[in-house]
Design a protein around this ligand. Structure first.
Ligand SMILES: Cc1ncc(COP(=O)(O)O)c(C=O)c1O
Length: 400
């Protein structure tokens, strides 16, 4: 009898973490590696947030809290939803967990039965399909293509829905493509959901604040108030406030689901870190001006990377609306051989050869369900990005 559970055989380890590990190994061997795999801002957490955490420690706020979060943070979250999204939620409709990741996982654990389907648009964040599988459900992948800038069409959504569909997981701006849905594009999707009253929407708004040019963020419950009763709106402080290590995420939605998520959390991790919760209160209630400052830096880097990648032979890189990722196509490189002799049969071979021959670490598209592409995270210095893109250009020029 195998000791490990059957559940484990249904999931795979995170490919993004695998790339980071491989890059770290090469670095440890003394290689000159530039990692473009990171899923976190390279900025430091703002000082006012750190100070709030220190004050919380000094005030002895270091004990267990209510399982799904302190009232002060729930209040700050309700105010945030009203301020940023025009959504009315009461504290009883809010749950707080150890990162958006735990909140999404709780929601799937609390709602999925064997055979329940979850529609996931591809390219997708690597964790969605595996989380659905861990929770006993079936991921149903709805493809979005480069022609629609990797945004799901209403037709593709309609085609993916069956009587067994429980959720659509919606993510805008997206990890890995950075694509953000306009109000009209999202309304076309919510119109489809209005025709299927058994389908709920889990909106992962983690990159809400990281948007560029004149792009206006919107979220399903705001665009279609008729969906409010079957929408879980998920967000967190990791990306906008450079707080990835603090591990605070949250969600708002119908009380029954919120309570069920709290029940799952009560028998797994219990409350998220008390000190981090007080830091998140300051993040949400305090000054917000550094978000716009950080975004200027991100936008400059996005433009730098998009321009340099589009100048590389065989690469086509769309200009995304948000997040800190670009997702270029490498269709023009497939079937070629690298200067180091590697056959570029697919995007994994491209990423492997790129890392071995140039020291640039990117994540191959198959990890996100759409090939042949790769993901670049531009949450690193302009100098590193310029050097990495120069190496990618040389690598592509060397393909024959
Ligand atoms: C799309 C998306 N959702 C959720 C998360 C989880 O963020 P956290 O658990 O740090 O709040 C991430 C992190 O990479 C993400 O990219």
């Amino acid at each position: 009898m195998a000791f490990l559970s059957d559940t484990l055989s249904r999931v795979k380890p995170s490919p993004t973490i695998a790339v980071t590990t491989k890059a770290a190994e090469l670095k440890a061997e003394g290689r000159d590696v530039i990692g473009l795999g990171a899923g976190e801002p390279d900025f430091d957490t703002p000082q006012n947030i750190k100070d709030a955490a220190k004050a919380a420690i000094d005030a002895g706020k270091t004990k267990y809290t209510a399982v799904d979060g302190i009232p002060e943070l729930k209040k700050a979250i309700c105010a945030k939803f009203k301020r940023d999204n025009g959504l009315d939620y009461s504290p009883a409709q809010v749950t707080i967990g150890t990162g958006g990741k735990q909140v999404l996982y709780n929601a799937l654990m609390a709602t999925l039965n064997a055979g329940d389907e979850v529609v996931i648009p591809a390219p997708y964040w690597v964790s969605y399909p595996d989380m659905v599988l861990l929770a006993g459900g079936e991921p149903v992948i709805a493809e979005a293509t480069a022609e629609t800038a990797y945004k799901l069409t209403p037709e593709a959504l309609e085609g993916a829905i069956t009587p067994k569909t429980k959720w659509l997981i919606f993510n805008s701006p997206s990890n890995p493509t950075g694509a953000g849905y306009t109000w009209d594009e999202l309304k076309a999707l919510t119109d489809v959901l209005m025709r299927h009253p058994h389908v709920w929407v889990m909106s992962d708004d983690m990159y809400e604040h990281l948007v560029y040019d004149d792009f206006k963020f919107c979220t399903p419950a705001q665009v279609e108030p008729g969906l409010y009763e079957r929408t879980l709106t998920v967000n967190g402080v990791s990306k906008a406030y450079a707080m990835t290590g603090w591990r605070i995420g949250y969600a708002a939605g119908p009380v029954e689901v919120i309570k069920a998520m709290g029940k799952i959390q009560s028998q797994s991790t219990s409350n998220p870190c008390s000190v981090s919760q007080w830091a998140a209160v300051e993040a949400l209630n305090g000054p917000q001006d550094y978000i716009a400052e950080n975004n200027k830096t991100f936008q400059r880097r996005r433009d730098l990377v998009v321009d340099m990648l589009n100048a590389a032979e065989g690469i086509v890189c769309p200009v995304p609306e948000g997040a800190f990722y670009v997702y270029p196509s490498i269709a023009g490189c497939i079937g070629k051989t690298s200067a180091g002799g590697a056959k570029i049969v697919d995007d994994e071979a491209f990423a492997t050869a790129l890392l071995e021959e140039t020291g640039v670490a990117v994540v191959f598209g198959a990890a996100f369900g759409t090939s042949p592409c790769f993901r670049v995270s531009y949450a690193t210095s302009d100098e590193a990005l310029r050097e990495a893109c120069t190496r990618i250009q040389k690598f592509c020029a060397g393909l024959s």
